[in-house]
Design a protein around this ligand. Structure first.
Ligand code: PRP
Ligand code: URA
Length: 213
């Protein structure tokens, strides 16, 4: 069964409340998504491999750990996942970044692929899939299928808000993929929006119409 990490730092909860608030303007929303990504990245990257490096301190020669950033790949699901990339690359500037474009059909709620650009050596990289919202789980499940089809073997999924329905669908389909969640919400509504949620994350990140109901 997939390992699900429910993150519970008070700073994370505080920032997610700011995202939920309908009064939060686009500029602040985008900034806070980035800050949340830093906090979640700090946890999700806890088991990063390191290599031993020989260095000199002002006092003596020593062997100390350094992170192998070039072995990582961050993959946002467009559009909303883009908001999390800067937070992750702030932590690991040398990581690769791939992109997967998916949108949910407004009627069926099924995800549709419109873009995919990934590093050629995905099989050699630890891949972190990024999307703020895990609702039905359809988008995350399709993105994981696309990553596997391109050779990805070691995968992790990081989201900000999840619905129980999405957690079930994701963990059943991907028992080998650890899942990091900033907040677990109550349920999906009849339009497959997360309740209480934050509305349409793509619209709120980029200031496009709606915001979601
Ligand atoms: C949102 C969100 C996820 C997806 C989650 O994207 O960013 O990708 O919905 O829903 P699911 O778990 O039911 O698949 P959306 O399709 O609205 O596209 P956008 O980011 O371009 O607005
Ligand atoms: N996508 C969003 O952006 N918000 C939801 O609540 C569900 C899917």
């Amino acid at each position: 069964m997939a390992k699900v990490h429910y993150l519970d730092h008070p700073l994370l909860k505080h920032k997610i409340t700011i995202l939920r608030d309908i009064k939060t303007p686009t500029s602040e929303f985008r900034q806070v998504v980035k800050e949340i990504a830093v906090l979640e990245g700090y946890e999700a990257l806890r088991s990063l491999p390191t290599r031993q490096a020989e260095i000199d301190t002002p006092v003596e020669h020593t062997i100390q750990p350094l992170v192998e950033g070039s072995k990582l790949c961050f993959v946002p699901i467009l559009r909303a996942g883009l908001g999390m990339v800067d937070g992750f690359t702030e932590l690991i500037p040398t990581a690769h970044v791939g992109h997967i474009g998916l949108y949910r059909d407004e009627i069926t709620k099924e995800p549709h692929e419109y873009y995919c650009k990934l590093p050629y050596n995905l099989a050699d990289l630890d891949v972190y899939l990024l999307d703020p919202m895990l609702a039905t789980g359809g988008s995350a499940n399709d993105a994981i299928k696309m990553l596997r089809a391109h050779g990805a073997k070691k995968l992790t999924f990081v989201c900000i808000i999840a619905a129980p329905e999405g957690v079930k669908a994701f963990t059943e389909a991907n028992p080998d993929v650890p899942l990091y969640i900033g907040a677990l919400d109550r349920e999906l509504n009849e339009n497959a929006y997360i309740c209480p949620g934050l509305g349409d994350c793509g619209d709120r990140t980029f200031g496009t119409v709606g915001g979601g109901k």
